[in-house]
Design a binder for this molecule. Structure first.
Ligand code: G3H
Ligand code: 13P
Ligand code: ZN
Length: 325
């Protein structure tokens, strides 16, 4: 049976076009937060209402199978409704993170996503171009935005794993953007996914802003995306380790470097791990301090409160998206 087609505008969602144009002109970045469950989504939108920030809520293939794709879509619709009922008009984009096939992107587009990423970064250049172009041709009929990636981040890219990063080659970006017609491009300049971005005990290498600047020169005014941009907040790492966890050596990207990136052509910054750390830290702390508690609303409520704090901090002092809705 053919799935029912829903256009994102019917759900009160926005694509990334206007968001990125404003972010480029205003020298800030749009936050893209991953969610998998109700508490994460509530926290993200609450913080974005309170900071008056545009927001991209994004789901991975893993999130879709964890939470059920229909349930996730209805959660996103519920979040839009909750925002509007609170009297807020912040733009909200629903984005597929690290789509790994045309079929997955199409399925998201057909069910109301306003933006998709097709991640062909592990493919040879021409294959990456062909795949991205195919997604663009389908997506643009419905005004859905498309993000692609050139260069490979170290760590785990959803189910695509890369042991070592391959920095983006600036000499390829212009041809890629022209041939594919994508709306934004994720590049690899030294960020990576997860909580262990650099080798423990070794000096943390700075991000390759020289590569970013070279890319900007070749595609002036074109929106660039930074994946793997969690700071791996040390306060959370310490709480997790204090209350029975073991995340020794977890380290991320400094806020200063993210501020510098946000002021450049980087228009979208992806954050997932910091949210996971905040939730895990607060759940561990709560249960360790009150071992008799077994009502999930108690410990998940604490986690949600912390996540609101974290997202507000990111919007206000790192990405600069607060007050830009
Ligand atoms: O970049 C990957 C995101 O953090 C999503 O992670 O595939 O575990 O949901 P996931
Ligand atoms: P982090 O693991 O650094 O949060 O990166 C998330 C991301 O890039 C999602 O696509
Ligand atoms: Zn990513």
């Amino acid at each position: 049976m053919e799935k029912q087609k829903i256009h994102y505008s019917e759900l009160g969602l926005a694509n990334t076009k206007e968001m990125f144009a404003k972010a480029m002109a205003g020298k800030y970045a749009i936050p893209a937060y991953n969610f998998n469950n109700l508490e994460q989504l509530q926290a993200i939108v609450t913080a974005c209402i309170e900071t008056s920030s545009p927001v991209i809520i994004q789901v991975s293939k893993g999130a879709r199978s964890y939470a059920n794709e229909t349930m996730l879509r209805f959660m996103a619709m519920g979040a839009v409704q909750m925002v509007r009922e609170a009297g807020s008009t912040i733009p909200i984009c629903l984005h597929l993170d690290h789509g790994d096939s045309f079929e997955l992107c199409k399925s998201c587009i057909d069910s109301g996503f306003s933006s998709v990423m097709i991640d062909g970064s592990h493919l040879p250049f021409e294959e990456n171009v062909a795949l991205a172009k195919k997604v663009v041709e389908y997506a643009h009929q419905f005004d859905v935005s498309v993000e692609a990636e050139l260069g490979v981040l170290a760590g785990i890219e959803d189910e695509v794993s890369a042991e070592h990063s391959t920095y983006t080659k600036p000499e390829e970006v212009e041809e890629f953007v022209k041939k594919t017609g994508v709306d934004s491009l994720a590049i690899s300049i030294g960020t990576s996914h997860g909580a262990f971005k650099f080798k423990a005990g070794q000096p943390v290498p700075p991000l390759r802003f020289d590569i970013l600047e070279e890319c900007e020169k070749r595609i002036p005014g074109f929106p660039i995306v930074l994946h793997g941009a969690s700071s791996v907040v040390q306060e959370y790492v310490e709480l997790i380790n204090q209350y029975g966890g073991n995340l020794a050596g977890a380290v991320g990207i400094s806020e200063d470097q993210l501020r510098r990136a946000a002021a450049s052509a980087v228009c979208k910054i992806n954050i997932d791990s910091d949210g996971r750390l905040a939730v895990t830290a607060k759940v561990r702390e709560y249960l360790a301090k009150d071992p008799k508690e077994f009502d999930p609303r108690k410990y998940l409520g604490e986690a949600r409160k912390e996540l609101v704090k974290l997202v507000k901090h990111k919007n206000e002092t790192v990405l600069g998206s607060a007050g830009r809705a």
